[in-house]
Write a protein that binds this ligand. Structure first.
Ligand SMILES: NC(=O)c1ccc[n+]([C@@H]2O[C@H](COP(=O)([O-])OP(=O)(O)OC[C@H]3O[C@@H](n4cnc5c(N)ncnc54)[C@H](O)[C@@H]3O)[C@@H](O)[C@H]2O)c1
Length: 338
């Protein structure tokens, strides 16, 4: 199969190196609107380079395209690729607006192509242990849940970027960019439709941004579960994210990637990042781990075998619904029905 990547910025190496490791895939082209970066990256990976993604799609006969661009471009690029018969793996978030995410999903269905959204933390051993234990019924039902994300994104992080920190291009702040992974995991564990969201958002500690750097709220699921969350990105470092699930038959705690499940009968199971599983992605954050590699491996092996990969747009749409409901509730200062 032939793959192309749009966007050669910070997350790019996670995709490029992961593609290079797949025996059935060749990275044939990259695209970035920054000509110098496109050329440098194309030369580094020994492939063609473009500054216009439509031209890359017209010339390269791609089987799949990876979208690693600012959030406001995901919907436009994904729909265009799907309409041209190309499978898509887009970085999170799927889109800024829920209507755009639904348009992307409709384009995938209409063109019978696959649309996967990168929520690589679902591949972590700790996340998988929790999901499997819940599905097996070993914990009974979830009674309630809470999550927190307290990270650091400096003023410089925002001033260095021409799209981060803006409603138009990033679509929000700490929720849509950082906490989305943790909210997605909590949603995935709870596995129920959301009934309503009551949230606040505020911009508190950063000097230049208008988007929120703090948010908290309550998510009420149709199954009756209340899940609380707190997220901010003006802490002094990226503290490990936390999710706790209070279940009928035990307690679940996820701290960073480490899951600890303590059953009421005294049994305990633990899963954490496997220190033997490492890949050299170059100069990228350790936090990102090897989830991208696993996700991209699953994407291509499923394409090759005609199976449906994990993390399709349908599977992760709930995360988009949740993020959009948090913003609506925060902006309008009221409870929002989903
Ligand atoms: N899954 C994760 O854990 C994770 C981590 C980091 C970033 N991301 C996501 O990856 C995406 C990219 O983030 P980043 O940090 O790499 O951003 P970045 O700003 O470092 O890179 C984006 C690149 O896209 C290019 N670009 C902009 N407009 C373009 C266009 N019209 N055509 C082609 N290229 C264009 C820019 O020139 C830039 O090089 C975002 O969706 C972000 O949320 C995901």
């Amino acid at each position: 199969m032939k793959a192309g990547i749009i966007g050669c910025g910070k997350i790019f190496p996670m995709h490029a190196v992961s593609i290079k490791k797949q025996p059935c895939v060749q990275l044939v082209a990259v695209c970035d609107s920054n000509r110098e970066l496109a050329e440098k990256t194309g030369k580094q990976y020994g492939c063609s380079y473009y500054t216009e993604y439509r031209e890359m799609i017209a010339k390269e006969e791609l089987d799949a395209v990876h979208i690693c661009t600012p959030h406001y471009l995901h919907a436009e690029m994904a729909v265009y690729a799907l309409e041209h018969g190309i499978n898509v793996l887009t970085e999170k978030p799927m889109a800024i607006e829920l209507e755009d995410a639904k348009r992307m999903e409709a384009a995938a269905e209409k063109n019978e192509r696959v649309l996967v959204v990168s929520f690589q933390n679902r591949y972590n051993p700790g996340s998988l242990l929790i999901k499997k234990t819940l599905e097996s019924g070993g914990l009974g039902s979830i009674i309630s849940a809470k999550a927190s994300v307290t990270w650091n994104r400096s003023d410089e992080y925002y001033s260095r970027s021409n799209w981060k920190g803006t409603w138009e291009k990033e679509g929000g702040g700490v929720i849509i960019d950082q906490a989305i992974h943790t909210l997605d995991l909590m949603n995935w564990f709870i596995d129920s439709e959301i009934q309503w969201v009551d949230a606040t958002i505020s911009s508190r500690a950063h000097k230049t941004i208008r988007v929120e750097d703090c948010a908290e709220g309550l998510i009420h699921y149709k199954s009756g579960i209340n899940a609380s969350f707190y997220a901010m990105n003006y802490y002094t470092y990226d503290a490990p994210v936390e999710i706790e699930l209070h279940c009928e038959k035990g307690m679940v705690n996820l701290t960073g990637e480490k899951a600890v499940i303590v059953f009421h009968d005294g049994r305990q199971v633990v899963a954490d990042r496997n220190p033997m599983e490492t890949f050299d992605f170059g100069n990228v954050k350790q936090y990102w781990g090897v989830g991208h590699m696993k996700e991209i491996q699953n994407f291509y092996s499923c394409l090759a075998e005609g199976k449906i990969p994990r993390n399709t747009s349908r599977e992760v749409m709930a995360a988009q619904e949740l993020v959009c409901a948090i913003y609506k509730s925060g902006k309008e200062g009221r409870r929002v029905l989903c």
